[in-house]
Design a binder for this molecule. Sequence first.
Ligand SMILES: O=C(O)[C@H](O)[C@@H](O)[C@H](O)[C@H](O)COP(=O)(O)O
Length: 300
Amino acid sequence: MDVYFIGLGKMGMGIAENLRTHEGYAIYTYDKEKAITQQARKKGFTSYTSLTELFRPSTQRRIVWVMVPAGDITEKVLADCRQHLNPGDILIDAGNSKFTDSIKQHELSLEKNIHFLDVGTSGGMSGARHGACMMIGGDRSIFNEVEQLFLDLCVPDGYLFAGEPGSGHYLKMVHNGIEYGMMQSIGEGFNLLHHSDFDFNMPEVARVFNHGSVIRSWLMELTENLFRETLDFSEVAGIVPSSGEGQWTVEEALRKKVAIPVIAQSLMTRYASEDEEKYNEKVISLLRNQFGGHSWVKDE
Ligand SMILES: O=C(O)[C@H](O)[C@@H](O)[C@H](O)[C@H](O)COP(=O)(O)O
C-alpha cells in the first residue's frame, strides 16, 4: 500500500514510525514545518515540502493519513488533498475531529469519488509508536480493503469498524468524555488522600490500586508514574485546558437529552480551573456578606 502521511506531530510521526516497522508499505510524508520535514528525513523518511511534490502523479491508489489539529486546519488540509487525489484514493482523518465535521468531509470527498474514513485514535504517543487503539467510521467495503493497515498499527484487538461515516470520531468523542470523568475521579480521590490525617505514600497507593483492584488502569499507572517523578506540585498551575471533545460530548448529551452528570461536571471543573478571575466565587462571597454579614477574604 502507498501511504501518505500529512502532519508529523507527536502522533503523526509516531504512527509513521510504527507503520514502517511493518512489511508491504511505501511511505511518503509531509509536514508544513520545514524543521519537521528535516527531522523526518533524518529519520529516513521520504519527506516533501509541498503537497504538489508529495502527490506527484501516480497510478497507484493512494491512502492519505491526515493527523493535524482538528477544526479549520483539518478542513483546509483535507480540501487541499482532494485537489491532488484521484478518484478511488482513500483519505483518512485520524485526528481528533468533531464527528459532524467528519460526516461533512465524507460527503465532500464522495463528490470527487474519493473515499473517506474517520478514525479516532487513542493511546497517546506511546500508542502511536508501539500500538494504538482506533475507532473507524466510513464505508465498510473501503475499511475492508485497508484493514491490514489497522491490524498493523493497533495493539491486538485494538480497532473497531464502528459503522457509518462519523461514527469513528463519535466513538472517540465519547471515549474522551469518559477519559475526563475518570481523570476527574482520580484527581478528587488523591486530593482527599492528600488532605487526610494519614500520611499516605502516594506512589505506593497508586501502585497498590494497580494490582488486583477494581480501579486498576492505564490512567492509574500514569498516576503512579507522576507521583514517582515528584511529590512537589508547587510549580504546577492547576489549570486544566481541554481540546474540545469533552465539550462536544456534553453538547451531544444535551441534544439527545441524555444525562451525563459526571462528564459534564468534569468539563465544568476544567473550565473553572482556567478562570483565574474567580468572579463567580467573588459574587458568592459578597452575597454571603449581604445577607449574613459574613466577612469576605481580601485578595493578597
Ligand atoms: O485517547 C487519547 O489518546 C487522548 O484522549 C488523546 O486524544 C489526547 O490526549 C486528548 O485529545 C486530550 O484531550 P483534552 O485536551 O480534551 O484533554
